[in-house]
Ligand binder design. Structure first.
Ligand code: 9WO
Length: 238
């Protein structure tokens, strides 16, 4: 998969995506990540990328013309047109299902906002999907973009080794995972659940399933609502 990122802070992307599994995915050519500086598409001698908001208000807004030029330039670098994603708290919440959909694309173009936000005309005319990673405001869309890239990359064929499959984990079956333990079997009097040491495979599996259900009920009851109810969540009567 090819991923292009448009940002005012390309240097923010060095680090998290240069280690471990994502590093290997890039080295193996499974993920082609290219980060671009939006400021290179500023037109005036001050290289400005933002301006005061029409109608007043605090802070600055990123200019639609600069963003559009940056996007068209990046688009032209590959024949695949790509799905354009804007990271914003006003977007749909990123979910396991959305991550899997995005992982099915040949190319993603991620746009990271700064200042108070981007001119709405850019979102309206140039962006295919607006995505939020949660209900909190950050200083920019860069960290959410990295979260999205990490989540998507692990679903690309060949990225995870044989030991782990994205099909077999937590959100794939709609429950939280059971707790895990390793040696030592006892530490400071803290014992590992007896059944895990018993070697009784059927009992172990039964225990794990009970744990997944119990933890989900306790911690994330929202995951247990059936799909139909979940789809109706938030439907108003007005
Ligand atoms: C901020 C914002 C706040 C409430 C409702 C909508 C909003 N949109 C933006 C926005 O686009 N902000 C820009 C990007 C500029 C300020 C920093 N930005 C940002 C993105 N902060 N937090 C995010 C973000 C993105 C995805 N998921 C969570 C937070």
């Amino acid at each position: 998969m090819r991923v292009d990122v448009l940002t005012l802070f390309p240097e923010a992307f060095a680090g998290p995506l240069d280690v471990s599994i994502i590093k290997r995915a890039r080295e193996d050519g499974l993920l082609d990540l290219q980060v671009h500086d939006i400021r290179e598409h500023a037109a005036d001698r001050h290289r400005s990328v933002d301006d005061y908001p029409f109608g007043g208000g605090q802070g600055m807004v990123m200019r639609v013309d600069v963003l559009d030029r940056a996007l068209e330039h990046v688009r032209s670098l590959d024949r695949e047109q790509g799905l354009v994603v804007l990271l914003t708290p006003a977007g749909e919440r990123l979910s396991d299902a959305a991550v899997r959909e995005l992982a099915g694309q040949k190319r993603l173009i991620l746009v990271c906002g700064r200042y108070e936000g981007v001119d709405e005309r850019f979102a309206e005319h140039c962006v295919d999907r607006e995505i939020s990673i949660g209900d909190y405001v950050l200083t920019g869309g860069e960290l959410p973009a990295m979260v999205l890239i990490d989540a998507v990359a692990r679903h690309l064929p060949g990225v995870l080794g044989d030991e782990a499959s994205p099909e077999e984990e937590s959100f794939a079956h709609g429950l939280l995972e059971h707790p895990q333990y390793t040696r030592p079997a006892e530490y400071r009097g803290w014992a590992v659940p007896e059944v895990l040491l018993s070697g009784h495979h059927a009992n172990v599996e039964k225990w794990k399933q009970e744990q997944r259900l119990r933890r989900t009920k306790e911690r994330r009851p929202d995951l247990l609502m059936d799909g139909d109810l979940r789809n109706r969540e938030g439907e108003g009567t007005s």
